[in-house]
Design a binder for this molecule. Sequence first.
Ligand code: HEC
Ligand code: HEC
Ligand code: HEC
Length: 113
Amino acid sequence: MKKLFILLALIVFSSIVIAGQGPEVIDLSKKFNVPKTTKKVVKFPHWFHQTKNQCTECHLDANGGKLKNIKKGGEFNPGVVKGTGNKVHKEFCWPCHKAKKVPRGKSCNKCHK
Ligand code: HEC
Ligand code: HEC
Ligand code: HEC
């Protein structure tokens, strides 16, 4: 009985460990080296997105790594992230939120909070 309990506990524990891949939440102002932030920095809910999307919708490879340019295809390169016309909005986050009709998907305080 005790052994069975330990076995079950191990199964539950390991399924928690594989619940998400890569970091759970990512500070994208750091990741994309935003030179100067005028809005609240975006803490991207990475694991949450994994429950709603396939890895390859955002990454070139199913294991993660390089990001995909969702608007133009190929590799995403954010360049210098400045102003509302930045590439992170236009070529990565917004095209998918628009396509998937995410509620308030382009509202500033949905992401900058
Ligand atoms: C779907 C998510 C999302 C939405 C919606 C969004 N942004 Fe952003 N924005 C980002 C990300 C990600 C960055 C880059 C990381 C960071 O700056 O924290 C960024 C960067 C910026 C930057 C450049 C960095 C800075 O702080 O100056 C500005 C300006 C900006 N956003 C303004 C806006 C405005 C205005 C709106 C509403 C019209 C908006 N954003 C809506 C995700 C979003
Ligand atoms: C909605 C978009 C999105 C989805 C879906 C997504 N990721 Fe990510 N992922 C990102 C972003 C944005 C980053 C941060 C940018 C970066 O690290 O280059 C990231 C970072 C990562 C990293 C860290 C890379 C590093 O160098 O630190 C790994 C690993 C990763 N993702 C794996 C995955 C896997 C595996 C899946 C599917 C189970 C997945 N991601 C699904 C957007 C996504
Ligand atoms: C490949 C598609 C895709 C991309 C790319 C994407 N998102 Fe999303 N995002 C979604 C979906 C789908 C939802 C969930 C809609 C729902 O069911 O409520 C969502 C929801 C969110 C939410 C709300 C989370 C919550 O707790 O309700 C935030 C914040 C968000 N996204 C930020 C971002 C930021 C920042 C980026 C760019 C770095 C981004 N997303 C890129 C598909 C995407």
